[in-house]
Write a protein of this length. Sequence first.
Lengths: 107, 421
Amino acid sequence: MPRVRYIEPDGREVALELAPGQSLMRGAMDAGLSGLEAQCGGNCACATCHCYVQAGWLDKLKPPSDDERLMLGNVAAELRPNSRLSCQLIVEDALDGLTVQFPDRQS
Amino acid sequence: MDSQAPIIIVGAGQAGMQIAESLRQEGFGGALILCGEEPHPPYQRPPLSKKWLIDAGAVGALTLRGPAALERLKITMKLGTRVRAIDRSRREVELADGARVPYGKLAIATGSLPRTLPVPGASLPGVLALRGIADSLAIGAAIRRCAAEGRRVVIVGGGFIGLEVAAGARKLGAEVTVLEGLPRLMSRVTAPVVSEAFARLHRGHGVQLMFGAQVAEIVGHEGRIAAVRTVDGQEYRCGCVVVGIGVEPDDLLARSAGLLCERGIVVDDCSRTSDPLIVAAGDCTARRMGDGELVRLESVQNAIEQGKSAAAALMGRTRQFINTPWFWSDQYDVKLQMVGLSRGYDQVVTRGDLAKPAFSAFYFRAGRLLAVDSLNRISDHMQSKRLLDHGLSPTPAQAADLQFELPSLLKGSREATADEA
């Protein structure tokens, strides 16, 4: 299974093996990571699962939908060019090694 | 605090889970017991009337935290366990099997219960309401059966739950009638212009909407539902009835224990109840606002925010819930996002295209922004949320003007600028 590395706001790294098809948000919630809230549970309605995608991976991801792009426009932490919502990032084999970092706050 | 006695959390929903997790984050190292009536570990409820209803998957897809995470948090999970009573003088809770468990401090997060229809026939099999996973599965199965047999689904109540279930039932191929007692949809929380947009949406998807329709009786035939009869004598033949007429806070335990309750467990901004050893969070509470009014919010955000405050209070710290409330709903291809509380509004202006629909309704009182409902206007929602968080307000004319950039108001605000830094 593809491995995804998460970096928590305090810098701690967690690597998880995730089944293809599930979202990065789902994997992080299951594992009890603290850097996200995911208040709407993956409906792209709250922007509280914001993450920064590590250099080199951004162009390997499917581009954000219009909804995600609009939600990202007003995330609580700093918006960066590599900002994404982790509920919209779906695990696939080609993403083995993907690394994302959670910001210091989500709401 | 007695270091021997655990903190007990009654209720294993979104709020209960948040309290447990925040307690660990706040550094609580003592014993922690989470009691839930359902057999499931803490899970998300919003999908139960949305995606899950039409496409129920594994329960694991709904759970808030996985088993390994719960283990790491060192929470003693007592699932399938009803708490029967709270004995405040002895600082014990009594479980349904009679066992008594001492607590050092206590958190109540018992949620809410669907209101029931006070009419004959309301207890017939096939009259359904939504609270938990089992209810969602039962409603989904009943709708599918109706669709297969060509029988109609009658939904009583044109609020969020009723309308989300109506949208789901149409997707599953059933004929749907919504009976709403008042003259418009979601009248308790939205302006007429929003109600009308949703009425057009549902009618456009083939839902029959009946207003001023008070249910008199659910008519059974040989133990099964045959029809719903309204007070004006109309009969709506159907195969199942879904009742979505709002919820009541589940404050029975707290009331029986003598805690101050007023249609919900009364808490302050920091989730503290009238007993210094007891906090409460989520749907079961009524929060005393600055102006003295009691506000009851039924939302995930409220459960999370009050849960964080409750955990802080248990640790002897104050963490006020000051964020602007927000809610959302999905119906067909319309994403409804609401921010702020519109109670007491005296003016509504709209921004965007009403017909599409892709617009927002801005609620004002005396020219100041109170709340915004956005239909497929994600930017309006997110931008308004920030304005409300910072106590900023566009003028009604600015809000209505699509050329006016709402975020431009943030630039002039020192508070907002400091926030960005």
